[in-house]
Write a protein that binds this ligand. Structure first.
Ligand code: ZN
Length: 170
């Protein structure tokens, strides 16, 4: 969410034209609020044409189905973040593969811009159980996905996966 006040010196930010965009700038210390997207990772684990989704136990999108994943830590490679988040939410270990794609979206009440790295993966071990902020876990066939998918980018990613597998003749 864009700042109203400078996070460094608390002066009120004022819009200024910079690099072709209007951006909130601090008139006192020069801080610029770029409002860059936060990097997130989402994991599409595939097994026999089915994909594992998590039912969210918390807002936003409580009770909607979600692609396992979350925000990256400040020093975390997306592969490591994918392994960590997937294990936390599903109890399963994965081997991350290639990226399906990259998706820009907006998160939560604060309208936080996010950059979602969607990785394909396969499960390599562990014991499946829903993590603390998950109400349920289910493997869905790609032609039988639930209607209530949590985030806008996830719908786009699932559609892209379906298109890609169709193109591969499966
Ligand atoms: Zn300032």
């Amino acid at each position: 969410m864009p700042y109203s006040f400078c996070p460094r010196c608390a002066a009120r930010l004022t819009p200024r034209r910079l690099e072709g965009r209007s951006r909130p700038v601090c008139p006192d210390c020069g801080f610029v609020d770029y409002n860059n997207p936060l990097p997130c990772v989402g994991v599409l684990a595939l097994d026999c044409g089915k994909v594992l989704l998590v039912k969210r136990a918390v807002e936003p999108f409580k009770d909607y189905w979600d692609i396992p994943g979350g925000f990256l830590e400040s020093d975390e490679h997306p592969d490591a973040g994918a392994r960590r988040e997937f294990l936390e939410e599903t109890g399963l270990h994965i081997e991350p593969g290639e990226a399906l794609g990259f998706f820009v979206d907006i998160y939560g009440q604060d309208q936080e811009p996010t950059l979602n790295i969607c990785l394909l993966a396969r499960v390599v071990g562990g014991e499946q159980h829903a993590g603390s902020d998950a109400a349920d876990l289910q493997w869905f066939p790609l032609d039988g996905l639930p209607d209530r998918i949590a985030f806008n980018w996830e719908r786009r990613a699932l559609d892209m996966l379906i298109e890609r597998l169709r193109g591969a003749g499966r």
